[in-house]
Ligand binder design. Sequence first.
Ligand code: F6P
Length: 360
Amino acid sequence: MTKRIGVLTSGGDCAGLNAAIRAITYHAIGTYGWQVIGIRKGTTGLINRPLEYQELTVEFCDSALLRSGGTTLGSTNKDDPFAFPNPDGTRSDRSYDFVEGYEQLKLDALIGIGGDGSLHILRRLADQGGINLVAIPKTIDNDLGHTETAIGYHTALEVATEALDRLQPTAASHQRVMVLEVMGRDAGHIALGAGVAGGADVILIPEIPYTLENICKKITSLAKKGRTFALVIVAEAVKKENGEIATLNKEGGRPRYGGIGQYLGEKIQSLTGAETRVTTLGHVQRGGQPCSWDRIVASAFGVSAVDLIAAGKFDRMVAWQNRQVVDVPIADAIVRYQAVEQGEIMVKTAQGLGIYVGEL
Ligand code: F6P
């Protein structure tokens, strides 16, 4: 019997989403002969009337899609169906519209590509509407449990590493301290990985406390050894010394992180006397072409998610573990927040390289 499956991307976008959409479409149509319906704007496409969707074909998912950034379906990270924003500023529960939209499209199953927040919402919707849900993890923060990687993380890592590669020569030319602020909402994986790959002298992540005194000691000790520059990488969720989070503004009740780089840059300059410049990388970490590893992970996840539907296994998330794609309960993946652990190899590596990674 021909199945009709839906696919949507939800939450912040990242590189590699289109590669997953393509893999789902190729495998569902090519191997199983199913129909694939792409839902537009994340969950919002099934809430809005008329419904916002399009049939995905092999021709639509051409080879250019594999290489492109963003998500061809669009996404949302603020239109929670359980508290959906109305034009007058109030919010209402529109979860029933979502379920009705799923039924109207006569879908047999839904693949949701998202991070912890989106998967939490999708799971609630699936519970409520008896939706056959399969999840694919995506997040540049790489903080989902039970999977070693998620779509988008490696591209963000590449971008942050390249930023250090570009900052190093100019830092050396001008004898400056360069502070690079990277994303990573509450998790330091991007800062830690890029810091090691890009030769940082100081790596600051939210999981490990630091002191300004020891950051400055590290920078002055380099200067004493004749090093004329220093590279500092800091994750956006690192707190100020007094424990305050550096935020830009609040959107939908949750603060937007930003500013810790500037805060640290000013402190470093005043405490060490070294001329300091700050770069905030922001959303360039999410856009652009996916690196090869994200394309591989996205393709493998897309194929395996379709196979899960074929096997009738629902409420599962595909996950990367020990060089294999496995599947785990979605509930387990979202409940276990994967922060950087103090004893993990990347922390040990940074320490072994003499990088200041905070007070361990
Ligand atoms: O969770 C992914 C992420 O890119 C975080 O690293 C960052 O704090 C946040 O999303 C930015 O969200 P927005 O796109 O709403 O500014």
